[in-house]
Design a protein around this ligand. Structure first.
Ligand SMILES: *[C@@H]1O[C@H](CO)[C@@H](O)[C@H](O)[C@H]1NC(C)=O
Ligand SMILES: *[C@@H]1O[C@H](CO)[C@@H](O)[C@H](O)[C@H]1NC(C)=O
Ligand SMILES: *[C@@H]1O[C@H](CO)[C@@H](O)[C@H](O)[C@H]1NC(C)=O
Ligand SMILES: *[C@@H]1O[C@H](CO)[C@@H](O)[C@H](O)[C@H]1NC(C)=O
Length: 436
């Protein structure tokens, strides 16, 4: 057992229960190295077998892609979920303008990512990628300059195949040329899709682009999108800055909840430098109601998922903006400890009353009480599920009401949650008097 790469890298899963105290001790030691704040001597109890360990990041890769990016999950916007192929340079510019004027850019949404359909149908005579002359007549370099001028970053898209999903030229066997082209345009981010892949394994198709991007000398965020097919959490830590864990999201409650559960499985593999990616946000696209979108955003935030807005930010409703601009929820997502929150307790019919939780810096915890049932219900988080002694005194802040609700909770905390809604909290345990 040892601290490596400034992360907690202890304990095989078979030893989880046994080593829990050590993990917590190391977590607290780790916190003491990253913040000058005094470390709280929390009373921590051993976990019974079968209980989720919210601190477990034992599978977090030792060889994270060392391009310096993704110390916290990426934030920004992507064109696909709302616009699909209906994109052009005016839209991208207006989106950059709207990110700034709405205030979203100041909250951290800084990548402006163009998805599929930016390219002309064929490469040029020299074999280089070219932007579609009808929709991007000024070229991507001019667009990157514009976006950079707003203090934002520009992302682009290709596939680790012979065509993109919308059958434009793609980058398999053209990795070095294409990476050099994007770098010369000033591109900051690549989403690399999985269409037309000739049946070659992802583990063989994705590393060449990592090396090609690196060889350009330009720091470019590398977002793998192989749809979770080959369990990328197992191998992508030293390949990309994030990896999709699932098939594409769609703007429905069924899709969002399914994807959240699939992504949860890989929680122990995420950390600074490389994140599980359950796909982009649908908040604001109309297929779910306000409370469902609030659940979507809260769960993505606590899961340390990329927060890539997928709606038309030029035309957001007040409710959409309220969700996307919740600073306290964003702060959970961007917390420097970088441990993915996970499902820790379930109750009710089909386990539809759920507690999701994860540790934060400063020996705090983020907790989402998520009601996936068709009726309202009471959901309670027990201290035991967080690894705390029942007697620990905890103060509780509500991140949607923006208020401190209790200062002296012991043993557990519960509230009534509406159907398909969630409530989100930060829990701060107090120093026991005897230890002060
Ligand atoms: C650019 O795309 C937007 C969004 O699809 C569309 O509303 C607009 O008409 C397009 N502009 C041009 C010049 O094609
Ligand atoms: C290239 O990779 C090396 C080794 O991992 C890393 O130190 C360097 O920062 C990378 N450069 C870029 C531009 O990503
Ligand atoms: C959306 O996703 C759900 C769950 O994966 C699936 O059942 C449904 O068919 C999808 N809907 C569309 C329109 O793709
Ligand atoms: C703005 O969004 C509303 C729905 O919220 C829609 O009815 C309207 O057509 C949109 N306006 C534009 C210009 O896209």
């Amino acid at each position: 057992m040892e601290l490596k790469y400034s992360k907690i890298t202890v304990c095989k899963s078979s030893q989880l229960a046994m080593d829990y105290k050590t993990v917590v001790a190391l977590a607290i030691l780790f916190l003491s190295t990253v913040s000058s704040a005094r470390v709280l001597p929390l009373p921590i109890i051993a976990k019974p077998d079968g209980v989720v360990n919210v601190f477990d990041n034992s599978k977090y890769g030792l060889l994270q892609l060392s391009n310096g990016l993704a110390q916290t999950p990426q934030m920004g916007w992507n064109s696909w979920n709302f616009f699909a192929c209906n994109i052009n340079e005016s839209l991208i510019k207006e989106t950059a303008d709207a990110l700034v004027s709405s205030g979203l850019a100041d909250l951290g949404y800084n990548y402006v990512n163009i998805d599929d359909c930016w390219e002309a149908p064929t490469r040029d005579i020299k074999g280089q990628l070219v932007p579609d002359p009808k929709t991007f007549p000024s070229g991507i370099k001019a667009l990157a300059d514009y976006v950079h001028g707003k203090g934002l970053k520009l992302g682009i898209y290709s596939s680790a195949g012979v065509f993109t999903c919308q059958v434009r030229p793609a980058s398999l066997f053209h990795e070095n040329d294409d990476a050099a082209t994007w770098a010369s345009w000033g591109v900051d981010y690549l989403k690399y899709d999985n269409c037309f892949n000739l049946g070659i394994k992802p583990i063989d198709r994705y590393p060449p682009m990592r090396d090609a991007l690196n060889a350009t000398g330009r720091t470019i965020f590398y977002s793998l999108c192989e749809w979770g097919e080959d369990d990328p959490a197992l191998w992508a830590g030293n390949v990309g800055n994030s990896w999709r864990t699932t098939d594409d999201i769609n703007d429905t409650w069924a899709s969002m909840t399914t994807i959240a559960d699939l992504n949860d499985k890989w929680a122990a593999y995420a950390g600074p430098g490389g994140w599980n990616d359950p796909d982009m946000l649908e908040v604001g696209n109309g297929g779910m109601n306000y409370l469902e979108y609030r659940s979507h955003f809260s769960i993505w935030a606590i899961m340390k998922a990329p927060l890539l807005v997928g709606c038309d930010v030029r035309n957001m409703t007040t409710e959409t903006f309220e969700i996307l601009s919740n600073k306290e929820v964003i702060a959970v997502n961007q917390d420097p400890l970088g441990i993915q929150g996970r499902k820790v307790q379930v109750f009710g019919t089909n386990d539809c009353l759920q507690v999701w939780a994860g540790p934060l810096s400063g020996t705090r915890f983020a907790v989402v009480l998520w009601n996936r049932c068709l009726e309202s219900g009471t959901i309670k988080v027990s201290w035991e599920s967080l690894g705390l002694e029942s007697s620990t005194i905890v103060s509780v802040r509500d991140l949607w009401k923006h208020e401190d609700v209790v200062t002296d909770a012991v043993s557990s905390f519960g509230v009534t949650v509406d159907a398909h809604s969630c409530e989100m909290f930060v829990l701060t345990p107090k120093v026991p008097h005897s230890r002060v």
